[in-house]
Design a protein around this ligand. Structure first.
Ligand code: FAD
Length: 180
């Protein structure tokens, strides 16, 4: 079996929307902060879509890391009725460095819904083809170019090597300098 898996689930938010001055709901922003802190060290990447009071989240990474997070997620009081929509082996994670890409209520999602004859965003009714279409949209954007308007910056699975590499470089320079 593949080391990597993709998990997609739907859930219902338990909190009332609170936007503040930001375009992102305050609770959702907190969830993104935790995700960006935790996911890189667990080797997880993915995307979160929040609309109509529903969460639609795609997680990719090592099967065991997904299991651990999914167990935590089930008892998170900020949502309920967590329903697995898809779980499958994948060759490798495809959200590149997105620790958790947040996609705000995107007009492109409406196009996907229309394509599948849906009028409202209700992820509990999604079958496999619409789940795949949503994941592709979150991952690549409407034209396959990864330009879907994302509400957060890419963070850092790929960049986690940067500081150790810089430190090693500085150490080599100091060593060479000392040897002269
Ligand atoms: P801490 O962040 O230190 O939190 C400690 C405890 O407090 C946890 O039990 C947590 O559930 C609870 N908690 C923290 N803040 C709140 C709050 N505002 N309201 C209620 N309870 C709170 N976590 C990830 O690591 N990666 C993800 O991709 C991810 N996606 C999520 C998606 C959704 C839709 C939701 C609702 C939550 C998501 N979380 C995610 C959060 C996850 O459920 C856990 O809360 C988190 O992983 C715990 O992180 P921690 O162990 O560092 O604990």
């Amino acid at each position: 079996m593949s080391e990597f898996q993709q998990l997609v689930y739907a859930s219902r938010a338990t909190f009332a929307p609170t936007r503040g001055h930001s375009s992102i709901d305050i609770e959702v922003a907190r969830i993104l902060t935790i995700s960006k802190r935790n996911n890189p060290r667990r080797g997880l990447v993915g995307a979160l879509y929040f609309s109509n009071g529903y969460f639609f989240q795609c997680l990719q990474g090592p099967a065991q890391a997904i299991d651990t997070l999914y167990t935590q997620l089930q008892s998170d009081p900020r949502h309920r009725d967590v329903k697995t929509l898809q779980r499958k082996p994948i060759a490798e994670p495809s959200f590149s460095e997105w620790a958790m890409k947040y996609v705000p209520n995107a007009s492109e999602v409406r196009s996907v819904l229309q394509r599948f004859g849906r009028s409202a965003f209700d992820p509990y009714s999604f079958d496999a083809p619409i789940v795949d279409a949503m994941v592709d949209l979150l991952r690549l954007g409407p034209d396959g170019s990864a330009r879907l308007s994302a509400g957060s910056e890419p963070a850092t699975v790929a960049r986690s090597w940067l500081w150790p590499a810089l430190a090693a470089g500085v150490a080599v320079i100091i060593l060479l300098w000392a040897m002269l």
